[in-house]
Structure formats: C-alpha cells, structure tokens
Design a protein around this ligand. Structure first.
Ligand SMILES: Cc1ncc(COP(=O)(O)O)c(C=O)c1O
Length: 342
C-alpha cells in the first residue's frame, strides 16, 4: 500500500522542473565571489521580505543560529514564545553556540504568541552592571508547535513595538512566514515590519531540497556571511541549490491550496467525531489519548504523521493531491476511535 505522508511539509520531492533548473544553473564559487544564481535568489528574497539584503544558508537552524550570534553577546538573555523552534528544537545552539540565556514566554496573546505587555515585563529596564541583560526578542510566525498558528499583523506590530521600546533587537523565525502571509492575504514584507533579521525556509512547503535565507540590513548580512563561513555553511557552486530555491518561490501563489487541504483534513476528522481544531495554515495538531497507539494505527493503514507531545501532527503539502487527502480520510475511518479524545 502506498503511504500518504502527512508528517511534514519537508518530505516533498524536487519537481522535474526544479531538477531541470538545478542541472542548468549558472554557477560560480560563492566563497571566493558570489555565485550568480545564489545572488539572484538572495536579491529576490530580500525584495519579497522588504529587507535590504539576504544570505542563503543551508538550513533554517543555521539561519536562526547566525541571527542569534549577531544579536546576543555571551550571557545575554533572549526572549521567545514558549515551544519556539529556537528554544526546544535546535539542540540548544542558542545557548551553546550563541551564548544566550533563553527565556520562554507563555502564550498569553494567543496560540504561539506572548502579549506586548509580557515582552515589556520580561525585558525589564537596564539595571546596574551586575544584572542580567536582555537583548533580543525572537518571534516565530507561523508557530510550528502551536499548530501553524499565525501572529496577526496588529499583534506583530505591538510585539515589535514593545521590544523596540525596551531596546531589544528582534529576530523573526519565519520558516513558514509565507504561510502566515498567505493566511492573512498579506505580502510577506508586511510581516517583517520592524524586525532586524528574518529567517525564511525554501524547504518547508515550497519543495526545495534544502536552503533558507537570513535577511536584514546590509551590514548585518555582511557579518552573517562571516558567521556562515565559521559554521561551515559557506558553499562553493551553491547556485545548484539557488536554482531550486528560485523555482520553489514560484509555488508561493499556490500555498492557499495546501491550507485548503489541511482544512479539509480537519473537517473530515471532525465528521468522524475527532476533536480537530480549525487549522490556520498547513499544520493540524490533534490531541489524542495515546500518541504512540494512534501513530501505530495510522501507520497500519498507510497514513504517516508525527507525534508532537500528546498530539499528532498532520501537514498537507504540495506533493499530496486533494484526492490523497480524501483517501487518507477514508483510511482513517477504521482507526478513528484511537484519535477521539476520552
Ligand atoms: C519554525 C521552524 N524554524 C526553524 C526550523 C529549522 O529548519 P531546518 O530544518 O531547515 O533547519 C524549522 C524546521 O522545521 C521550523 O519549523
């Protein structure tokens, strides 16, 4: 039985068009001088994000780490929403390599986000020389472990405003910023307003085999280029990946299709008596009594998902058709009792 893979939007295969573009890419040595295709990608993404410049990095984790290294001095505290990727899913690099003291902020503003008042309170005001310094607010939009929750533009502005009033730098983990923009009918640049740096992924939902971009001011990106080299992320003929990234961006207008597929998945599960929330983007988190049992049952009917705490995570993506979603719902009928809350 062919399995229907709803584990992540990173399981997509490069399309034939993407592979052709990679094979034909014009390339150069990106360490000695800029690779022409990577340079084109960097300019296109900087424009899309409304930032001065952007730098290609191999992964979202490296983009976030470089941002933290830019903004945090050893021993400085940084704030991030609870369960942010930079806190729990990057192997502690924010502390280990960037030297920051992480401070998770509970979600008092809504799923995946604190309020501006929480940011102001946590940032505090500068104290005597022997007190801890807080220098960075790291946001995440959409918030992965809040089920792809979107931070609305008004709240984004309020959070950035509170950070700036407290003289904090702001980094935005926008691995799925594209999805947040699509869900609100906004251009991605609207959701970077006021941030110092933003990281976006090409490998999540857009179909690129790898690659993220870290965008910011020209001086920040120049420094980021040095840090990328230090971390072993300076590549040579990176245009092969740059070409994949350029094709990936062409998928942006179609992200709404993946959001619709995710909504259909939730609706179909609700029709089976499963308590599935209304997804805001392409991620659906369903709380289940026993995630391990649910996972095994779903595997047995050829539906693959991932556990996230006490929930299971479904993500619809470009390699799954509407018919695949309907097929997955049919298959799940026989195991739906394991997905129903007690
Ligand atoms: C919100 C968020 N940030 C960062 C990352 C890291 O991206 P990568 O897997 O490319 O390192 C992920 C990966 O899933 C993510 O969901």
């Amino acid at each position: 039985m062919r399995s229907i893979d709803l584990r992540s939007d990173t399981v997509t295969q490069p399309s034939p068009e993407m592979r052709a573009a990679m094979a034909a890419a014009e390339v150069g040595d990106d360490v000695l001088e800029q690779d022409p295709t990577l340079a084109r990608l960097e300019t296109r993404v900087a424009d899309l994000l409304g930032m001065e410049a952007a730098l290609w990095v191999p992964s979202g984790c490296m983009g976030n780490l470089i941002a933290l290294m830019l903004h945090v001095k050893r021993g400085d505290r940084f704030l991030a929403p609870a369960q942010a990727h930079v806190l729990g899913s990057e192997l502690g690099t924010g502390a280990w390599l960037a030297g920051g003291m992480p401070e998770p902020l509970p979600w008092e503003g809504g799923p995946g986000r604190p309020t501006a008042a929480q940011v102001a309170a946590a940032a505090g005001s500068p104290g005597p020389y022997y007190t801890l310094r807080t220098t960075l607010l790291c946001l995440e939009n959409t918030h992965n472990f809040a089920g792809g929750a979107v931070t609305p533009l008004s709240e984004h502005r309020a959070l950035v405003g509170a950070a700036k009033a407290a003289k904090l730098a702001v980094h935005l983990d926008g691995a799925r910023l594209w999805h947040a923009a699509e869900a609100q009918g906004l251009a991605p640049a609207a959701l970077t307003e006021g941030v110092d740096t933003v990281q976006v992924c090409l490998s999540k939902g857009l179909g690129a085999p790898m690659g993220s971009l870290l965008a910011g001011s020209k001086p920040a990106v120049a420094e980021a280029r040095r840090l990328r080299k230090m971390l072993g992320g300076g590549v040579r003929q990176g245009g092969v990946m740059g070409a994949a990234g350029l094709v990936a961006l062409d998928y942006l207008p179609r992200l709404s299709e993946d959001h619709a597929k995710t909504r259909r998945l939730a609706e179909g599960l609700r029709n089976m008596g499963v308590q599935a929330p209304a997804p805001e983007t392409n991620i659906l988190l369903v709380s289940v009594p026993d995630a391990g049992a649910a996972l095994r049952a779903l595997e047995s009917v050829g539906v693959r998902v991932l556990p996230v705490g006490a929930a299971i995570r479904f993500i619809a993506h470009r390699d799954l058709s509407v018919a695949d979603i309907e097929e997955s719902l049919l298959r799940m009928e026989s195991v739906a009792h394991l997905l129903r809350s007690a």
